[in-house]
Design a binder for this molecule. Structure first.
Ligand code: SAM
Length: 381
């Protein structure tokens, strides 16, 4: 092991991120073998080209930070648009989530989102090449990962394709490990996992930023399990730009006006509150527009449902805290009233943390429950 690699592994172990079960794999698999010459490292996203600044490149490769890797697929210099970009997660995050997977020798794993191939290499070290199947939607990334894996001495099956279909040819699996965020857990993952097996994925929607769910597959084709923590930054769905507001909130649109004393602290900013609200209005996007003058404390929260062109604006002006903030609503859905009702439900339940919620995935429906799989909190067909 090179010193930077040794230091990283030691730090992960000391910080409690790396379990003894995974330590051998993290020691044996050098992260740098999975990174191209041009990476966006340093946590700040500044591109580092190995050919220009070798020292910074090595620092970025072995920092405990996510790295965006541009893969040129052999074309050009690997920079610029058109080159697929993937994210190699921060090693500590990857170590924690691999530990949650609770694998043991003899198990077969399906990884969704091969990316650089680093995760597939760690799994292959732990379980053996034949036990690991990894699906990557981007053809060039898949090819690049195959090359890196081979150079590092691993040969799991890397499939180019859409991971939402799983990979039936190698089913059944004991674990599905998804490195991509999904709005609906693809039923194929459940169908291709044997009873007692598990599906670990970030589950997100337009409203909340995503949670990690750990589902156990039952004997009758249904999987269920709890939220086990926040989603992973590296798989957060792309944020729609603020310009969404300009697209949907038209100056000449008609709207109704009401007032509310509810502020956005719980339904929008609190990770538990916004999760509970979000599961009841999953297609709704929220955006906040601050005043141009940073000293001005006023701001507006917009709720937008792109499917029905409904929107609500919630104007937070500290002067109106007692009287109530102005809310405007437009379109067939009264989005603010929906948010209020969803927030109220969460308050009545005692403001539960998101880890008290769970998800059930069946062939024809998915539902969210609180504490007990029979206590349905929200459902979707
Ligand atoms: C966070 S990266 C995965 C990191 C990877 N496990 C590693 O160790 O480098 C997510 C990857 O998922 C891929 N991806 C996104 N959607 C996908 C899908 N539907 N099926 C398969 N791969 C997908 C992306 O192209 C990206 O490379």
């Amino acid at each position: 092991m090179i010193p930077a690699h040794r230091r990283l592994v030691a730090r992960l172990a000391v910080d409690g991120d790396l379990s003894p079960a995974w330590r051998g794999a993290f020691e044996a698999v050098p992260r740098h073998l999975f990174l191209p010459d041009v990476i966006d490292g340093d946590g700040g996203g500044l591109p580092v080209d190995r050919r220009d600044d070798e020292t910074r490149w090595w620092e970025a490769a072995y920092a405990d930070l996510p790295v965006a890797a541009r893969v040129g697929g052999g074309v050009g210099d690997g920079r610029g648009p058109g080159h697929p970009v993937t994210a190699s997660p921060a090693p500590s995050g990857l170590a924690r989530v691999l530990d949650l997977l609770q694998v043991s020798p003899g198990m077969r794993v399906l990884e969704i989102g091969t990316g650089t191939g680093y995760g597939a290499a760690l799994l292959s070290h732990r379980l053996g090449d034949d036990a690991v199947t990894s699906v990557e939607i981007d053809f060039a990334l898949a090819e690049s990962a195959r090359v890196s894996l081979m150079a590092a001495g691993f040969a799991p099956l890397v499939v180019s394709g859409d991971g939402k279909y799983g990979w039936a040819a190698r089913a059944p699996f004991d674990r599905v490990f998804s490195c991509v965020a999904v709005r609906r857990v693809p039923y194929a993952w459940v169908a291709q996992t044997q009873p007692g097996g598990r599906v670990l994925t970030t589950w997100a929607n337009s409203f909340h930023e995503g949670v990690l769910v750990d589902l156990e597959v039952g004997a009758y084709g249904t999987a269920r399990g709890p939220v086990v923590g926040g989603g992973h930054a590296w798989v957060r769905p792309a944020q729609d730009p603020l310009s969404l507001v300009d697209t949907y909130v038209r100056a000449d649109a008609e709207f109704s006006v009401t007032r509310t004393r509810l502020g956005p602290e719980e339904p929008i900013r609190d990770p538990h509150g916004s999760f509970a609200v979000g599961v009841r209005m999953p297609t709704v996007v929220h955006r906040t527009r601050f005043a141009e003058d940073p000293a001005d404390p006023r701001y507006t929260v917009y709720l937008i449902d792109p499917h029905t062109w409904s929107w609500a604006s919630w104007h937070i002006d500290p002067e109106f805290k007692e009287e109530g903030y102005e809310v405007r609503q437009h379109g067939p859905r009264r989005l603010f009233h929906e948010l209020e009702a969803a927030h109220e439900l969460w308050v009545e339940a005692g403001r539960p943390e998101r880890t008290r919620f769970g998800l059930t995935v069946a062939f024809d429906h998915q539902l969210v429950w609180l504490d007990d799989p029979h206590a349905v909190f929200a459902s979707s067909r």
